[in-house]
Design a protein around this ligand. Structure first.
Ligand SMILES: Cc1ncc(C[n+]2csc(CCOP(=O)(O)OP(=O)(O)O)c2C)c(N)n1
Length: 608
């Protein structure tokens, strides 16, 4: 008998009987199944063990299962990436104490980026509170539970089994309320383990969640229509919350002949070669987008954005003024634009569709007049900061040239992730892959099915505001887990990889197609260039020289060292992007290239 058979039969003998009465942990799993969640990303430990037991039972019946991360922050990043790809709730879990404090960075990041996420942390059994229990993290220990209060929109501890279902339902509803956010439930061990009256959920949350409400402020939309008709030179600013509204916004672009820019986190929703696109406004953005807004358009329609520093060019006056109409489903986002001429609160897609209806209902002559006027006024373009580096064949390879090749060689279904650091600005500025809608069928990628764009099919995913290094590494794995049929390319600095690169082994165990492109410059590059641009002390940015290829190979993962554009061009992208498992590209980039981060420097230099 082979050893694997012995282990399998031993496990079967040890497996708990399926006939055992359901625990509250089973009920938790049943709720997640009900709303279509397929994976819980986490790291096991004593206090959360009943949840893993319930997941094992669920997995045996073909239900949801755990994906075990190497670090709890990685688990939360994975849940974030899963939610972005699938449109479902991201779920992560950790044990009490250090497990839950490790989780916090990922939860805070999702919360700050309006990603629907449920975090579940364990606690020791209730009777042990206040006695120095192992990893006690309620109010009588290191109060990790309270720490979640500041980075979630719902934070509750279940202190009696009869509260469980109600608090879980509250958490699930709050996390998924538009726009999304993070919720946290801390559940003591004895509560998770206690018998459930029934393994079947009392509430039908799936029925409550779908279809989502599509509320429109009719009066505000009517007023906006009238304003648009008086303002032929319209500019649209498309933000991250437009994920399900993008088709309607593009139809509105076409109807009004507006020009548009995107925030860095919304670039992935649009065709970067659209004839009306003027580039990214904000962090890593384009001079053409700055110039467009500085040209004093008649009206600026900003859709689904919170005007944080990175998406507003450091709260730029050319954007935040009385020409602005802010259209958003989030009252919190609207709070950030008190200088606007008008606020339109409501479902963004439905609001745009209604606006289109109203504009079309007007006389054709009037609309044609508007279009004619607008067309004559504008010239769209996207200007790159260093076009010569984009086309350069020099060695060491320039990061801009790397972006060019990734744009050309990855199929249109690729989901790119960029980590915080120079990766984010290089991708926001220079990545411009094939469009999914205009190039059907794709001559270079006949094996790939074309796919209409939507938020969940965004080709570029970056994180704003909270911006923890390593986010992209976990999020890329979570997205690949959520949709293994699309290749995922994660661009990250060597600093981020040294911080969180161990999550690559999760992609290996799960056999997911994720290409980790490491910008190897032996430096915390953004820090290095930031110091140079600000004429600050050149300190603390140096990293060791590491062969990331060898590191990957030691984990059984193929890697390639890339020094030159020629070596990059010679790679078999097709094989790499179809491999069921990760690949690492250790790209020895020219670390002297200055990233497009001038706006950030202006903000760091002091605000008016
Ligand atoms: C967890 C965390 N620590 C510190 C920072 C501050 N920070 C932002 S970018 C950066 C440097 C990133 O270096 P690397 O990952 O090598 O990327 P590069 O900029 O070189 O492309 C640092 C330290 C951060 N954003 N997150």
């Amino acid at each position: 008998m082979s050893s694997s058979v012995t282990i399998a039969s031993a496990a079967r003998e040890l497996a708990p009987r399926e006939t055992a009465p359901a625990e509250l942990a089973d009920l938790l799993v049943a709720y997640l199944e009900q709303i279509g969640v397929e994976y819980v990303f986490g790291v096991p430990g004593g206090a959360i063990e009943p949840l893993f037991n319930a997941l094992a039972r669920s997995q045996r019946r073909g239900g949801l299962r755990p994906v075990v991360a190497r670090h709890e922050a990685g688990a939360a990043f994975m849940a974030d990436g899963y939610a972005r790809e699938t449109g479902r709730l991201g779920v992560c879990c950790a044990t009490s104490g250090p497990g839950s404090t490790n989780l916090i960075t990922g939860v805070a990041c999702a919360h700050d980026n309006n990603i629907p996420l449920l975090a579940i942390s364990g606690l020791p059994a209730l009777p042990s509170f206040g006695r120095g229990a192992f990893q006690e993290s309620s109010g009588t220990g290191v109060n990790a539970f309270a720490m979640f209060q500041h980075c979630t929109r719902y934070n509750a501890m279940v202190s009696h089994p009869s509260q469980f279902e109600r608090k879980l339902a509250n958490a699930l509803m709050t996390a998924q309320r538009a726009p999304g956010g993070a919720a946290h439930l801390a559940i003591p061990l004895d509560i998770l383990r206690s018998a459930a009256a029934s393994a079947t959920p009392a509430y039908d949350l799936a029925a409550l969640f779908e279809p989502k409400p599509v509320l429109i402020d009719e009066n505000a939309v009517q007023a906006l229509k009238a304003e648009l008709q008086r303002a032929p030179r319209a500019v649209f600013v498309i933000g991250a919350a437009c994920f399900d509204a993008i088709e309607a916004i593009m139809a509105l672009v076409d109807l009004t002949k507006a020009l548009f820019v995107t925030t860095p986190d919304a670039k992935g929703y649009v065709n970067p070669r659209h004839p009306a696109y003027c580039g990214v406004f904000g962090f890593g953005g384009h001079g053409s987008a700055d110039a467009l807004l500085a040209s004093a358009p008649d009206i600026v329609l900003a859709f689904g954005t919170g005007f944080g520093e990175f998406v507003s060019g450091g709260w730029c006056d050319s954007l935040l003024n009385n020409r602005l109409v802010h259209i958003d489903n989030s009252e919190e986002n609207l709070m950030r634009s008190p200088m606007a001429r008008r606020h339109v609160l409501g479902h963004i897609r439905a609001g745009c569709e209604r606006l289109i209806e109203l504009l079309k209902a007007d006389s054709a002559a009037e609309i044609n007049e508007l279009r004619k006027l607008a067309r004559g006024l504008y010239q769209a373009e996207v200007t790159l900061q260093a076009p010569e580096s984009y086309d350069s064949d020099a060695t060491p390879i320039k990061p801009q040239r790397l972006m060019k090749t990734l744009s050309e060689r990855c199929p249109p279904t690729t989901r790119f992730f960029a980590d915080i650091g120079n990766s984010m600005v290089w991708t926001a500025h220079y990545l411009q892959p094939h469009d999914r809608r205009t190039q059907r069928p794709y001559p270079n990628f006949p094996e790939r099915m074309p796919e209409c764009r939507s938020g969940t099919a965004s080709w570029l995913r970056v994180v704003m505001d909270f911006c923890p290094m390593g986010w992209a590494i976990g999020a890329a794995v979570g997205t690949a887990r959520g949709n293994p049929s699309c290749p995922v390319v994660c661009v990250a600095g060597d600093g981020a990889y040294l911080m969180s690169g161990q999550e690559i082994t999760v992609a290996a165990m799960e056999q997911l197609t994720v290409v980790f492109v490491i910008l190897n410059d032996s430096a915390l590059g953004m820090v290095k260039h930031g110091q140079r641009l600000a004429q600050a002390e050149p300190i603390g940015y140096q990293l060791p020289e590491v062969d990331y290829c060898k590191l990957a190979e030691s984990m059984g993962i193929p890697g390639h060292i890339i020094n030159s554009p020629q070596e990059l061009d010679n790679l078999d992208f097709s094989a790499i992007l179809q491999r069921k498992g990760p690949t690492l590209l250790d790209v020895r980039i020219d670390g002297e290239e200055v990233p497009p981060m001038a706006r950030r420097m202006k903000t760091l230099g002091g605000l008016k």
